[in-house]
Design a protein around this ligand. Structure first.
Ligand code: UDP
Ligand code: MG
Length: 312
């Protein structure tokens, strides 16, 4: 990126039923960016809001010519709305942030400085003192720990969908057409030079969280199942354990034969036990093999690119 040309920045803001906070948020973002040496555009993605969000956004677009509104046909969810915004964006850099004021627009300047210094991704990470309910703190902690154990892609704990992306990072994300999207994981999967900026999450400016328990659960499922095949290997490992037990039982029974104490064995026990262990072990192993094939098929149908080129 040439330092002489003014960088063009697209702000992508997913909105779902935030009529009460939109105008205020827009004013706050403007107050923070109008003095910055970049050319900004706003993309508000209306994710099928059922309140007066659409009217608020139309009014915004009238008063500020840099505003574009992208309206989705129904509520597709936060990750889909973000994706729609990324796909529609033009310009050198995309910054995504929530509409509720929890992602401080005061940090946009600092994020863009880092991008101008050559970072492709500037990822905001929620500092631990954030104003989170203990339930969200606990579930989020558990979730990131589990995800990092079972998936090959490291996802930053407390990473937010508040980040700046260079054009080539956005293009890399656009080359991942998968349906079940967990952008925090996808952003770390694509690689590139990444800076992490801790931020202090504030309380919502207004309204309530749009993440119901069901939506949180679905996001967690998308993250786990699209970034890990570990659940599919459960059968294989359990089968291995059962077959090992069958072997141990065989040795145990043999020891009775060798020492001539077969009369101490309950009649029928050894053969029954052996058959149970062998059969269930074999079944589990076969199930595991099927799991592995399903896993490979799953990776293929995701149609993720095999690699991402940094520079042509
Ligand atoms: N959002 C969205 N679609 C949804 C749910 C949320 O576009 O189905 C938007 C919402 O308007 C906000 C952002 O995504 O701008 C984050 O949602 P929220 O603040 O409710 O999540 P939380 O901060 O509680 O995790
Ligand atoms: Mg929020």
């Amino acid at each position: 990126m040439s330092p002489k040309r003014k960088l063009t920045i697209a702000l992508v803001i997913p909105v779902f039923n935030e009529a009460g906070v939109i105008a205020q948020m827009h004013t706050r973002i403007r107050a923070n960016i109008d003095s910055l040496p970049y050319a900004f555009t706003f993309i508000y993605v209306d994710d099928g809001s059922s309140d007066s969000t659409a009217d608020e956004l139309t009014a915004l677009a009238k008063s500020d010519h840099r505003v574009t509104v992208l309206a989705l046909s129904r509520n597709f969810g936060h990750q889909a709305a973000l994706t729609a915004g990324l796909d529609a964006s033009r310009g050198d850099v995309v910054v995504s942030l929530d509409a509720d004021g929890q992602h401080p627009p005061e940090m946009i300047g600092q994020m863009l400085d880092l991008i101008a210094q050559g970072y492709d991704i500037v990822q905001a990470q929620r500092a631990d003192d954030a104003q989170l309910g203990s339930f969200k703190k606990w579930t989020s902690g558990l979730f990131y720990r589990l995800l990092n154990i079972i998936s090959g892609t490291r996802v930053l704990p407390g990473a937010a969908d508040f980040r700046a992306l260079s054009r080539r990072a956005v293009d890399a994300l656009k080359s991942m057409p998968e349906y079940h999207r967990f952008l925090r994981g996808m952003v770390s999967w694509i690689g590139f030079k990444t800076a992490i900026l801790p931020y202090h999450q504030q309380a919502r400016v207004g309204g309530a969280s749009k993440y119901s328990l069901g939506k949180m659960f679905r996001l967690a499922m998308d993250a786990i199942f699209s970034f890990s095949l570990a659940p599919l290997y459960i059968g294989l490992s359990m089968g291995g354990v059962l077959l090992f037990l069958a072997l141990a039982e065989m040795v145990y029974v043999l020891s009775f034969w060798v020492t001539g104490r077969t009369s101490n064995l309950a009649p029928g026990w050894s053969s029954l036990m052996f058959v149970i262990l062998i059969v269930s072990g074999m079944l589990m192993v076969l199930l595991g093999f099927i799991g592995v094939y399903v896993g490979y098929i799953f990776q293929e149908v995701k149609r993720r690119p095999v690699y991402i080129v940094k520079q042509g």
